[in-house]
Design a protein around this ligand. Structure first.
Ligand SMILES: Cc1ncc(COP(=O)(O)O)c(C=O)c1O
Length: 360
């Protein structure tokens, strides 16, 4: 067996020990005589998996008691629509910050349900910057303020939490959840798809403050109503049981590796090293303002785009896969989530230096 270093933006690399554990337990989960895939979601075996999944997430993120933790389907894209339908209450306006492709999509979807005030926008800098909070135009009477903590395509990440009076803060953390410690109590809602830092695709985590639950539009499908899902422990319909189990294994791996603090330190080290290598080279560059460079997704371009093809094919030959940048920005992108070992980043840096020496 030989495993490559996979820099895919999501679905993305998983900890090898998690995959091995899943393999070991595939046919017979802990003496139950069945695979987790085959278990009733109401049975005692799966209930114990579900309970541990939830309690491990609460422990890792230090989620206060006045929050509901939901494991849903429909992805973060689903939440773009379900958030306004759940929490507009009687209001008709919400504020959104546009710092890249994903926040742009969230704006478009929200516009189907309410008036959107774009409070800050970095489109004019090609999404290489985050406007200072002091320049944001936030209507504190609006239902909520939405932003995207890490822009997966543009490689832009917030380094601070915005605060504007009592307006609930709603945050898409799809591509950086569990990568650093956060103060959950500052947020109304945190949501994330699972396929980057938490496991395979198929689970959407929604952490929602109690006062925002129970106000859904009467026409929302029941499975997307936070109150109904909370009342039913996220099992109003049959959940993605095997994916819950795998996310649970990833959470255990984070705990065994030293928790969020360890992830945070490793992520800083890995991304610092990669950005430093880019800075030191004359072939590679990253356009994002230094203080907002993502620790998770590192886009870079080659000075001569004609070299892109050979960079990618030689990288693949060297066991470094999925480095092609998103089609909307071109160039390269290395996604280096929690599960990317530092050896993977070192191998990438070594390869980039060698490529520059021979092609630069
Ligand atoms: C920041 C961000 N938000 C939302 C999404 C959409 O997630 P999903 O495909 O799970 O709907 C993605 C997917 O890559 C993302 O990176």
């Amino acid at each position: 067996m030989s495993r490559i270093f996979n820099f895919s933006a999501g679905p993305s690399t998983l900890p090898e020990s998690v995959l091995l554990k899943a393999k070991e337990e595939l046919l017979d989960w802990r003496g139950s005589g069945m695979s987790v895939m085959e278990m009733s979601h109401r049975g005692k075996e799966f209930m114990s998996i579900a309970e541990e999944l939830k309690s491990d997430l609460i422990e890792l993120l230090n989620i206060p008691d006045n929050y509901k933790v939901l494991f849903l389907q429909g992805g973060a894209t689903g939440q773009f629509a379900f958030i306004p339908q759940n929490i507009l209450k009687t209001k008709s306006k919400a504020c959104y910050v546009n710092t890249g492709a994903w926040s742009g999509k969230a704006v478009k979807e929200a516009q189907k349900y309410c008036d959107v005030l774009v409070s800050a926008n970095s489109e004019s800098s090609n999404y290489t910057d985050i406007p200072p909070f002091s320049n944001w135009n936030v209507d504190e009477q609006a239902a909520y303020l939405h932003y995207t903590d890490n822009e997966t395509i543009h490689g832009v990440e917030f380094n601070d939490i915005p605060e504007f009076g009592d307006i609930p803060l709603v945050c898409d953390m799809s591509s950086n959840i569990l990568s650093r410690s956060i103060d959950v109590s500052k947020f109304g809602i945190i949501y994330a798809g699972s396929q980057k830092n938490m496991g395979p695709a198929g689970v959407t985590i929604v952490i929602v403050r109690d006062d925002l639950v129970g106000h859904a539009d009467k026409n929302i499908p029941s499975v997307f109503d936070y109150a109904q899902q909370a009342k039913n422990d996220s099992m109003l319909n049959t959940p993605a049981t095997y994916n819950w189990y795998l996310v649970g294994l990833v959470l255990k791996w984070i705990k065994e590796s030293g928790g969020i603090d360890t992830m945070q330190k490793q992520n800083k080290l890995k991304s610092d090293n990669l950005y430093q290598a880019i800075e030191q080279s004359s072939l590679y560059s990253n356009p994002v303002k230094k203080e907002f460079r993502s620790r998770m997704n590192v886009p870079f371009v080659l000075a001569n785009a004609d070299l892109d093809k050979s960079f990618l094919s030689l990288a693949a030959e060297n066991g470094l896969s999925s480095l092609k940048g998103h089609r909307s920005v071109g160039g390269m992108r290395a996604s280096i989530y929690n599960a990317m070992p530092k050896e993977g980043v070192t191998a990438l840096i070594d390869f980039m230096r060698e490529f520059e020496r021979t092609h630069g």
